[in-house]
Design a protein around this ligand. Structure first.
Ligand SMILES: Cc1cc2nc3c(=O)[nH]c(=O)nc-3n(C[C@H](O)[C@H](O)[C@H](O)COP(=O)(O)OP(=O)(O)OC[C@H]3O[C@@H](n4cnc5c(N)ncnc54)[C@H](O)[C@@H]3O)c2cc1C
Length: 313
C-alpha cells in the first residue's frame, strides 16, 4: 500500500513536471515561484551562471571537484541550439578565468542534435575547442534510449579529435554491453549511471540486484584497465563495492571520480572525500528548475518532506 502510494505520487510528479500549463502558472505567480524556488535551491546551482559559480567556489574550497551544466534539452531551432552553445562556451571561459576546479556536462540535444547531426557536431566542436584552452573536460550526458545511437555516433567521432570529451553510459540498457566495448577503445572518460528515463519494454533492467551487478561489472572493467571513469551513483552499496575495487587495483585518484548530483546524498559523498576518494558534484543551472525539482522528488518521493522543510525554514 505504502509503495503503491509512493509510486502513484512519483508518477503524478513526473506528469506535473511536464505540464506546461502548471509550469507557466507557477513561473508567473511570484509567491508560488518564490516558495518552490526555495525547495529547488537545494538541487540547483541557481538560475544563472554567476550564482552557480558562487556555489562551485564554495564546494571547490571544501575539496570537491564540480561539473557545471546549463540545463536544457531537445532544442527545436538552430537559433536556440547556438544560444545554448554560446552559454557552454561562456562556462568554459569562466572556469578558466576564475580557476574553478570543474568540468562541464551537456546534452547533445541541447546543442543541436534534434535539429541536425551536422549542427550538433559543429557546436560540440566549438565547445571542445574552448574547453581545451582551459584543460576542461566536456562530459556528454546519456539521453532517452531513442537517442543513444545518435549520441554515441557523434561522441565516437569527436573523441578522436578532442581527447577532453567524456561520455555517459546507462548501465540499465541491455545494449550498453556492446556500446561499452566500442567506447572503451577511446581514451575519453566513461561515466557510468544506472539510467533515468522510462524505456520501451525489453530494452532495460529495472532497479535491483541484477542492475547493481551489471553496474559494478562496468566499474570493475574500467578500473582494471586504468581507464578514466566516473562512478555516478548515490547508491551506498555500489559506492562501497567500488571503493574495494579502487583499493584492489590501486587506482590513482586522477583516474576515477565518485560523482553525485548536487543536493542528493551529500553526506555520502562527503564521507568518501574525507576517506581520501576523489569526489565530484554535478550542478545544473537555468530557468527550467521546476522540471528538475519535480524529477528529483519523483525519483525519491521522501524528498517531498525535504522540500517542505526547505520551504518553511
Ligand atoms: C553525476 C550524475 C550524472 C548523471 N547523468 C545521467 C545521464 O546522463 N543520463 C541518465 O539517464 N541518467 C543520469 N544520471 C541519473 C542516473 O541515471 C540515476 O537515475 C540517478 O543517479 C539515481 O540512481 P542511483 O544510481 O543513485 O541509484 P538508485 O537505485 O536510483 O538509488 C539508490 C539510492 O540512492 C539514493 N537516491 C537516489 N536518488 C535519490 C534522490 N533523488 N534523492 C535522494 N536520494 C536518492 C537513495 O538512497 C536510493 O535508495 C546521472 C546521475 C549522476 C549522479
Amino acid at each position: 500500500m505504502e509503495n503503491e502510494l509512493l509510486n502513484l505520487g512519483a508518477m503524478a510528479l513526473r506528469k506535473a513536471a511536464l505540464n506546461e500549463e502548471a509550469k507557466a502558472y507557477i513561473l508567473s505567480n511570484p509567491k508560488l515561484f518564490h516558495v518552490l524556488k526555495k525547495a529547488a535551491d537545494r538541487y540547483i546551482g541557481g538560475e544563472t551562471l554567476e550564482e552557480t559559480i558562487g556555489k562551485v567556489k564554495l564546494q571547490n574550497e571544501k575539496g570537491f571537484k564540480c561539473s557545471i551544466e546549463f540545463m536544457g534539452e531537445s532544442t527545436r531551432t538552430e537559433i536556440e541550439a547556438n544560444a545554448a552553445r554560446d552559454e557552454f562556451i561562456k562556462i568554459c571561459q569562466e572556469i578558466k578565468q576564475q580557476k574553478l576546479y570543474s568540468t562541464i556536462s551537456l546534452d547533445l540535444s541541447h546543442i543541436g542534435l534534434t535539429v541536425s547531426t551536422d549542427l550538433c557536431r559543429h557546436n560540440l566542436n566549438l565547445i571542445c575547442q574552448e574547453a581545451a584552452k582551459g584543460n576542461i573536460e566536456v562530459i556528454i550526458s546519456a539521453e532517452d534510449a531513442g537517442r543513444t545511437d545518435a549520441v554515441l555516433h557523434v561522441y565516437n567521432e569527436i573523441v578522436k579529435v578532442h581527447p577532453n570529451v567524456a561520455i555517459t553510459l546507462q548501465a540499465y540498457l541491455h545494449r550498453t554491453q556492446d556500446d561499452f566495448k566500442e567506447v572503451i577503445k577511446n581514451k575519453g572518460r566513461i561515466r557510468i549511471v544506472k539510467g533515468a528515463f522510462e524505456t520501451p519494454t525489453g530494452l532495460s533492467l529495472p532497479r535491483g540486484e541484477e542492475l547493481d551487478h551489471v553496474y559494478l561489472g562496468y566499474v570493475d572493467k574500467l578500473l582494471s584497465e586504468n581507464h578514466l571513469c566516473s562512478i555516478a551513483t548515490h547508491d551506498k552499496r555500489i559506492q562501497h563495492e567500488a571503493k574495494a575495487l579502487i583499493q584492489q587495483y590501486k587506482t590513482k585518484s586522477d583516474v576515477y571520480e565518485f560523482e553525485s548530483l548536487y543536493g542528493i546524498q551529500y553526506d555520502q559523498l562527503l564521507q568518501l572525500k574525507e576517506e581520501g576518494y576523489s569526489a565530484k558534484l554535478y550542478l545544473v543551472y537555468g530557468k527550467e528548475w521546476y522540471l528538475y525539482l519535480c524529477n528529483r522528488i519523483a525519483e525519491y518521493p521522501l524528498n517531498l518532506f525535504q522540500a517542505l522543510i526547505d520551504i518553511v525554514e
